[in-house]
Design a protein around this ligand. Sequence first.
Ligand SMILES: Nc1ncnc2c1ncn2[C@@H]1O[C@H](COP(=O)(O)OP(=O)(O)OP(=O)(O)O)[C@@H](O)[C@H]1O
Length: 244
Amino acid sequence: MIQIAGLRKSFGGTPVLAGVDLAVGQGESLCVIGQSGTGKSVLLKCILGLTAPDGGQILWQGKPLDRRTRPAFLARFGMLFQGAALFDSLTVWQNVAFRLRQRMPDAQARAIAVEKLARVGLGPETADLMPAELSGGMAKRAGLARAIADDPAVIFFDEPTTGLDPIRARRINDLIRGIVTETGATAITITHDMDSVRAIGDRVALLQDGRIAWDGPVARMDQAPPLAGFLGHAVTQLPHKPAT
Ligand SMILES: Nc1ncnc2c1ncn2[C@@H]1O[C@H](COP(=O)(O)OP(=O)(O)OP(=O)(O)O)[C@@H](O)[C@H]1O
């Protein structure tokens, strides 16, 4: 559904993305991992059209994303920002319904917002709170409700567990996995958190030195030597196939 081919981007002559090839299929959940500063955010910004790549292509449903085709893509995507990024001056339901309110009456948008809040475990009493009144975990849930409010076909999760303690992080990971499975949305998660990868991902791609150094099923990552640094343990080498 999304294909990235030979994507390149340099800043001041320093290559950050040096030919990234990556594809994520319809309904698939892909996690992109990489050390700090390897260009995960730059990759995301290129997909969203916030940064212009120097070369390569990004295709959505077989068509290159450009100025003409990107609006239709953006209308079908939802995003959970790192730190939730709620608008401080809007109530929780207004945040969740931000996009809906542009095309439907408030009463209808509010009803959908309350339903999405319930999906992420927040009761109707949270709808009229201001973001400053929420705990970190609640804000993350509200951000998740906003990401799914418009029933997106593609959802981006940018470091979904940043700033959460392990118990809350696990709950958010489980919630995300449940939502991705039940909506059938295509999911791309950028994370450092291998627990997130295990909980959310079908596939994992390692971004290293400007390229995808490893890409494979989450179930096989324990046998992938390039991922050793992230897994925090020595990776089991795949047994050599005996010579026949
Ligand atoms: N607008 C910019 N101008 C110059 N350099 C930039 C710009 N945006 C990103 N970079 C550089 O590109 C590199 C990759 O940055 P990026 O934010 O994508 O890393 P990241 O993998 O998302 O890191 P983290 O995990 O810490 O968020 C960094 O060296 C950064 O300084």
